[in-house]
Design a protein around this ligand. Structure first.
Ligand code: NAD
Length: 486
């Protein structure tokens, strides 16, 4: 069993009061690690360490820091398989997904920001009698708080631009999936990143997370997690005028228009619904289909869902692993019951998966991919974020109706539209109140593009220049031409 430590000021150390928490593999119900249950004193120690490192790190040029990012990417790439195995064990996700998505993106996040920064030119604005130069400085010490569904992928998505722009970091990974953040800390330590530039404090959200939000020495908070927690983050940090980036929940629609290429749409809808057991904020958990093609679409969709191989996450052929925890399994099950109570019909799934796979400590948190139809698009199952392997299927009779249904949500993170007419798809996309719309694809990411949500899905954008802006302060320096009259 692993004994994970905090990483503060370049030193791996236990929580100051020695308390620990247990970390489980949800596919085997096995306790795989202990982590420090840190408190406000540990966070303060990390903030102090970050402050001590700030001036030296902030004084490097962006190009020097970009070289650091490349070094980090190279070092993580050498650990690709180790990261994938660890992420799979900590989250219950299949190893193939952990390799293809989690481990690969964690490397490419660093490599992307290094390369992207080298393409940037200085921002200047010329006047007839003066020149404006936009100078970027670090924000200072920033707090990075991340969820359990894509642990290192999302942490590295924040760490890379934060380091690039010269900030020092106090990071807190989810207490449910702390292991790959520790691999990142080990990697930075092996690379001799100056002490205090990156600090990692493990523990519970209301203890460590809250202490990060409240620490006066932390000048910016980049948070990814649930909307309810996002409210606490905003409530705590906004009155302190901290810079805030909030990437929150979603209830995304997959919209299949009458003229869609059906096999493409079916494949896409299944991927959008059940990747990572439906535990991706971008997952399409509401499927809206034109009634003219609904029967054929549904038949093919269910066939495809039934072919998903679910079971032991460490086997190459497994497509779906467990959900994140027994508690989360029960939450998703409660929504299946609610769906039935709301008048829905379970077309497939609805029960715990009989995977034949049992870990040493019992049965893991496996649920069959579940499709419910017959519910109103205003029902609780169709409007609340379930964040698991359960989707609802709805039909519409006109595009206008589809738009009303898609927009009937307190969330607005992402969505996809399926049509052979690309112009129609683009036009349709502009009418959905959301941060990202894919036409004939899903989770196709160019890291230069803005990423983020509207409504209760968040505030601000990450990606490319948006991340660089969030993690820096800009000073406009206006230099008057001495030869021009005042
Ligand atoms: P969560 O909000 O419960 O936890 C996220 C992080 O916040 C964890 O590290 C947690 O410990 C911490 N936290 C909890 N209480 C806190 C507090 N009072 N102060 C500070 N930090 C606190 O979310 P989760 O269950 O880990 O993740 C699932 C959620 O994340 C879903 O809603 C999903 O949609 C969302 N998510 C959003 C995106 C996005 O980019 N928009 C990406 C991934 C996940």
């Amino acid at each position: 069993m692993l004994e994970i430590k905090n990483y503060i000021g370049g030193v791996f150390q236990a929580a100051l009061d020695g308390e620990t928490l247990e970390d489980y593999n949800p596919a085997t119900a096995e306790c795989i690690a202990t982590i420090p249950r840190s408190k406000v004193n540990d966070v303060q120690m990390a903030v102090d360490a970050a402050h001590s490192a700030q001036s030296e790190w902030g004084a490097l040029s962006m190009l020097e820091r970009a070289d650091w990012l490349d070094r980090i990417a190279d070092a993580l790439e050498k650990k690709h398989e180790h990261i994938a195995q660890t992420e799979s064990m900590d989250t219950g996700k299949p190893i193939s997904l952990a390799r293809r998505v989690d481990a690969s993106r964690s490397v490419s996040n660093f490599r992307f920001f290094a390369g992207f920064s080298r393409e940037q030119s200085e921002m200047t604005f010329e006047m007839a009698d003066a020149m404006n130069y936009v100078h970027r400085s670090p924000v200072g010490t920033v707090g990075l708080i991340t969820p359990w569904n894509l642990p290192l992928y999302l942490l590295s998505w924040k760490v890379a631009p934060a380091l690039l722009m010269g900030n020092t970091i106090v990071a807190k990974p989810s207490e449910i999936t702390p292991l790959t953040a520790n691999i990142l800390a080990e990697t930075l330590h092996e690379l001799d990143l100056p002490s205090g530039v990156f600090n990692l404090v493990h523990g519970l959200g209301p203890e460590v997370g809250q202490s990060i939000l409240e620490a006066p020495g932390i000048k910016g908070i980049s948070f990814t997690g649930g909307t309810a927690t996002g409210r606490i983050v905003a409530r705590t940090a906004a009155p302190m005028f901290k810079k805030l980036s909030l990437e929150l929940g979603g209830k995304n629609a997959t919209i299949v228009l009458k003229d869609a290429d059906l096999s493409l749409a079916v494949d896409g809808a299944v991927r959008a619904a059940f990747t990572n057991s439906g535990q991706v904020c971008l997952c399409g958990s509401r499927i809206l289909v034109d009634s003219a093609i609904a029967e054929e679409f549904t038949k093919r969709f269910i066939e495809k869902v039934n072919s998903i191989s679910i079971g032991n996450p460490s086997l190459d052929e497994t497509v779906m692993g467990s959900v994140i925890s027994p508690e989360h399994l029960e939450k998703v099950e409660s929504y299946i019951e609610l769906g039935l109570a709301e008048g829905g019909t379970v077309l497939t799934g609805g029960t715990r998966a009989m995977t034949g796979f049992t870990g040493p400590d019992g049965v893991g948190a496996f649920l069959r991919p579940t499709v419910v139809s017959g519910l109103s698009y205003t029902s609780r199952c169709a409007t609340e974020e379930i964040f698991g392997p359960m989707v609802t299927l709805h039909t519409f009779d006109s595009e206008e109706e589809a738009i009303v249904m898609a927009n009937h949500s307190e969330y607005g993170l992402a969505g996809s539209v399926w049509t052979k007419d690309l112009e129609r798809g683009r036009n349709f996309a502009t009418k959905i109140d959301t941060g990202i719309v894919w036409v004939n694809t899903w989770l196709h990411r160019d890291l230069r593009t803005p990423f983020g949500g509207v409504k209760n899905s968040g505030v601000g954008r990450e990606g490319g220049k948006w991340s660089m802006e969030f993690f820096s302060e800009m000073t406009n320096i206006c230099v008057k031409n001495p030869d021009s009259p005042e």
